[in-house]
Design a protein around this ligand. Sequence first.
Ligand SMILES: CCCCCCCCCC/C=C\CCCCCCCCCC(=O)SCCNC(=O)CCNC(=O)[C@H](O)C(C)(C)COP(=O)(O)OP(=O)(O)OC[C@H]1O[C@@H](n2cnc3c(N)ncnc32)[C@H](O)[C@@H]1OP(=O)(O)O
Ligand SMILES: Cc1cc2nc3c(=O)[nH]c(=O)nc-3n(C[C@H](O)[C@H](O)[C@H](O)COP(=O)(O)OP(=O)(O)OC[C@H]3O[C@@H](n4cnc5c(N)ncnc54)[C@H](O)[C@@H]3O)c2cc1C
Length: 664
Amino acid sequence: MEGVDYLADERKKTEFDVEEMKIVWAGSRHTFEVSDRMAKLVANDPVFRKDDRVMLARKDLFKNTLRKATYAWKRINELRLSEEEASKLRSFVDEPAFTDLHWGMFVPAIKGQGTDEQQKKWLPLAYKMQIIGCYAQTELGHGSNVQGLETTATFDPQTDEFVIHSPTLTSSKWWPGGLGKVSTHGVVYARLILDGQEHGIHGFIVQLRSLEDHRPLPGITVADIGMKFGSGAYNTMDNGLLRFDHVRIPRDQMLMRVSQVTRDGKIVQSDVPRQLVYGTMVYVRQTIVQDASIALSRAVCIATRYSAVRRQFGSSNGGPETQVIDYKTQQSRLFPLLASAYAFRFVGEWLKWLYTDVTQRLQANDFSTLPEAHACTAGLKSLTTSVTADGIEESRKLCGGHGYLASSGLPELFAVYVPACTYEGDNTVLMLQVARFLMKTVSQLGSGKPPVGTISYMGRIEQLMQCRCAVKKAGDWLNPNAVLEAFEARAARMSVSCAQKLSKFSNPEEGFAELSADLVEAAVAHCQLIVVSKFFEKLQQDIPGKGVKRQLEVLCGVYSLHLLHKHQGDFLATSYITPKQASLANDQLRELYSQVRPNAIALVDAFNYTDHYLGSILGCYDGNVYPKLYEAAWRDPLNDSVIPDGYEQYIRPLLKQQLRVAKL
Ligand SMILES: CCCCCCCCCC/C=C\CCCCCCCCCC(=O)SCCNC(=O)CCNC(=O)[C@H](O)C(C)(C)COP(=O)(O)OP(=O)(O)OC[C@H]1O[C@@H](n2cnc3c(N)ncnc32)[C@H](O)[C@@H]1OP(=O)(O)O
Ligand SMILES: Cc1cc2nc3c(=O)[nH]c(=O)nc-3n(C[C@H](O)[C@H](O)[C@H](O)COP(=O)(O)OP(=O)(O)OC[C@H]3O[C@@H](n4cnc5c(N)ncnc54)[C@H](O)[C@@H]3O)c2cc1C
């Protein structure tokens, strides 16, 4: 039945202004309008159709991606879209492609690590896509350990060139997106060798393929690394392998903002810290945090709408069965994910601000906030992608059997998303970076240098080590100060406990390795505190619209109290709360679920996703799930014929054989 809104009754229950919530979710009215326009542009253009993606064989899938990406580029130019509009358009096309790495890593690497002169030379070519670039760092043998990369860049003073070489099989570049079949250039990370001496890892711009016929240049072996997890999914991307056989590039193709190599082969360090060679990763990590809220909200939107449509059990006197969204178990699995999507949205907004701030400071040679920016981007990337990947899978389970259908959109969403836990830094490795930052902070307490920014709570360490939770009744857990102090005390105590244990080791690195699992838990506690505190900070802002702020307060309560409930072992073990107080938090959490329930559909409508973008029958706006599932089944190529291909060859002889056996 076209045009009927099967979720209309749900939408009538809403207690807040959804249109205003859409603005809050988007970040501003302007961003909302751009997003809305770009989402509709993509949804209404048949070239961006994606429902057939999971059926396509790899070659067709890849060609289809090339078609979409080049068409998107054509539309971006025809419509003279701004960078903001183009970036939104790309995200609504919703298909990983070589362009992501070109714009997302190749261009930022040149911007961040290239000198003014290098930027002037390379960026105009990249901006017009006259060259297409990738980010070639990871190798077959090393990914996390960047200092362990084996590719060499040896300076030849005779010719004023670097010789790029892959000395071993394990030094083959492996994974770079866009490298396999498309990129003409790469920012290649290699070990700098000057006069037989090593000088660490640096980035080099290397041309890989001819701009005339796309063939690999002499000395270069390049190919795709093969199929990855899931159907459709990340297989639209040509992750590649790359080997160099003494490939020569001019000296001025080493990215020289951090260190320069002179004509006579000497290294000159600028006053920029060497860690800026890792700057592109910091940039991408903060974009990944922003994207986490998008991926999680998509999954939650699907699971919430379907949970309101789906009914099981509970019918009395022939009346309708219970909507599964009314089961408290469903709510306790779904609503924390809904709240997490909002929480990640706000922490992502804040992280973008932090990144912009650190970038401006770096330009003014102020490097003081770099360690905090690194810890925040690494930790929040790790936390938000882990929760999102698990949350997508939980959303699939929340949709029961139908969640397992490709047409639910959830399997592909999971398959595309889950590598985010690995790329741009394995999540455990990144949490260990946060732990190092925490241990350094604790060791410097009392040095007269007060901790600032997200770690400033450590400046109140004595109070945080001694204080006890003052909660007496469930409603006390609605007090932001009570919640914040609980998260601060837990994070501070877990860090101090690790630091105390570490101090017992004569070799700190051995101690760090031995205690690494505890250290990761302390780092997670610190990152969760950041997310909770940024949610509370958001609530301090002027938020217009009937009931909007109230709903956000409820979601903030759900976010923080579900974490408190889930990690109550930490809060109890650090002796900040009593078992009774933990139980009161859970009582309050249940009450908050009841307040989310009537607003659940409106809270996911506020994401403003088109049906095209969601790509899910279970999550469609009108909730008309069953007829659509039925129709989609008939569209499967297997149903093109009543008798399947292979009947004569396999099924018939099998049945005949069974018949013979039966006759015997
Ligand atoms: C007009 C048209 C426009 C069209 C628009 C289209 C727009 C499209 C946009 C698309 C946008 C985005 C899309 C992006 C797509 C992304 C897709 C994903 C692709 C994935 C790519 C990758 O995976 S790239 C490879 C990533 N690799 C890693 O992440 C490796 C992880 N390892 C490391 O980072 C490091 O090796 C390590 C940090 C783990 C360890 O390094 P190292 O051994 O050198 O360090 P130490 O541990 O010894 O630490 C030394 C000190 O350095 C500090 N440190 C470490 N890292 C950093 C850092 N990054 N920044 C600052 N400081 C750092 C560390 O803390 C130590 O400090 P001290 O203790 O004080 O000494
Ligand atoms: C889809 C995808 C796209 C990618 N795109 C690119 C790209 O464009 N360019 C590029 O250069 N790279 C890319 N990569 C590579 C990616 O960045 C690396 O795979 C990632 O950094 C993880 O490194 P690794 O594979 O070496 O993992 P490993 O480090 O080998 O991790 C294996 C296991 O060891 C553990 N481990 C490792 N070190 C430690 C430690 N010190 N302490 C405790 N545990 C540890 C990890 O937690 C993990 O469980 C991509 C990867 C994927 C999956």
